[in-house]
Design a protein around this ligand. Structure first.
Ligand code: ADP
Length: 261
C-alpha cells in the first residue's frame, strides 16, 4: 500500500547468484515521521512567543519605552510570553525524560493519597475556577516513580482547574479498583469536550480550542505527558466528558504488591 516502506538489499554469492532481501521499514518510517512532525510543531510553538517578544523589544527600543504606561503594559505582555516559552520548554524536557526511560519500569512504593494532598497544596496558589474537594480511601501504595506521579496529578488536576466552570468544585478521588488496582478520578464541571476530540487529546500539541488553551496557559503537551507516565506505570487512562456538564479523567494504576519484579 501507499503507506508501506520497503528497503531492498542485494547480496551476491560466490558463484555470482544474487539474493534480494526485502525489509519492511514501515514501522521505523512512521516513527521518523512522528519525530519530524514533533520537531516542526515544537519549533513553531516556540517561535510564536519569541516573535512577539522580539516585536515588543523593538517597539520599546524605538521609543515606546519613554511612555511609562506603555512600557508597563508591554513589559507585562513580554513577561507572559517568556512564561509561555518556559512552560513549553519544561514540558518538552519532561516528555523527553519520560520517553528516554520508557523501558525501565519505575518501582518505588508510592502513597498516592499523600501525593494528592501535596499536589493540591502546591496548586492552591494557582488561580482556579472553584474549590478542590478530595475523597481519598485507604489504599495500598502503587509501584512507581513519585515525581512522575506528582507530575501526572499536576497536569490532570491543573486541567480541571483551568477548564472547570467558575464557582464549581473539582472532585479528586482515590478508590480501590478490584483487589489489584487503584482508581484516581478528577472531575470538573466545565464546558466538557465534544466526543470527536476525545481520541486525539493525548496527541502532542493537540488542543480542542487552541486560542482558549493558550490564553489559559496550556501547552497542549499536558495529556501526552500523562499518557506516557501511565504507560510507564502499566496503568490505564480514560477521559469521559459531557458537553455542558464536565469532564472526568480516570487513571487506573496497579498496586505495588501486585507487580512482580
Ligand atoms: P493544555 O496544556 O492545552 O491544557 P493538555 O494536553 O493538558 O493541553 O490538554 C489538551 C486539550 O484537552 C486542552 O487544550 C483542552 O482543550 C482539552 N482539555 C483537557 N482537559 C480538559 C478538561 N478538564 N475540560 C475541558 N477540556 C479539557
Amino acid at each position: 500500500t501507499r503507506d508501506q516502506r520497503w528497503e531492498m538489499r542485494v547480496t551476491t554469492l560466490a558463484d555470482g547468484r544474487r539474493i534480494v532481501h526485502l525489509v519492511d521499514r514501515t514501522g521505523s518510517y512512521a516513527t521518523e515521521r512522528i519525530r519530524v512532525d514533533f520537531v516542526a510543531n515544537a519549533s513553531h510553538e516556540l517561535r510564536t512567543p519569541l516573535a512577539s517578544l522580539l516585536g515588543y523589544v523593538e517597539t520599546l527600543e524605538d521609543g515606546a519605552g519613554e511612555d511609562p504606561g506603555l512600557r508597563e503594559r508591554f513589559l507585562k505582555i513580554m513577561h507572559g510570553e517568556a512564561r509561555r516559552m518556559q512552560r513549553l520548554i519544561d514540558d518538552l524536557i519532561s516528555l523527553s525524560r519520560i520517553e528516554a526511560e520508557k523501558y525501565r519500569a519505575p518501582d518505588d512504593p508510592v502513597a498516592l493519597g499523600e501525593l494528592i494532598d501535596e499536589v493540591c497544596l502546591e496548586l492552591s496558589g494557582v488561580p482556579r475556577a472553584g474549590d478542590v474537594v478530595t475523597e481519598i480511601a485507604e489504599v495500598a501504595p502503587v509501584r512507581g516513580d513519585a515525581s512522575q506521579l506528582s507530575q501526572l496529578l499536576h497536569n490532570v488536576i491543573g486541567n480541571a482547574m483551568k477548564y472547570g466552570r467558575e464557582g464549581t468544585p473539582i472532585l479528586v478521588s482515590l478508590l480501590p479498583e478490584g483487589d489489584s488496582m487503584v482508581r484516581l478520578s478528577v472531575t470538573d464541571q466545565g464546558d466538557g469536550i465534544p466526543p470527536e476530540h476525545l481520541p486525539r487529546l493525548t496527541e502532542r500539541f493537540y488542543r480542542v480550542d487552541a486560542g482558549r488553551s493558550r490564553t489559559i496557559g496550556g501547552t497542549g503537551l499536558g495529556l501526552s505527558i500523562v499518557k506516557h507516565i501511565v504507560e510507564r506505570h502499566r496503568g490505564r487512562f480514560d477521559i469521559a466528558s459531557v458537553v455542558g456538564k464536565g469532564t472526568t479523567v480516570s487513571v487506573l494504576l496497579p498496586l505495588a504488591a501486585v507487580i512482580k519484579p
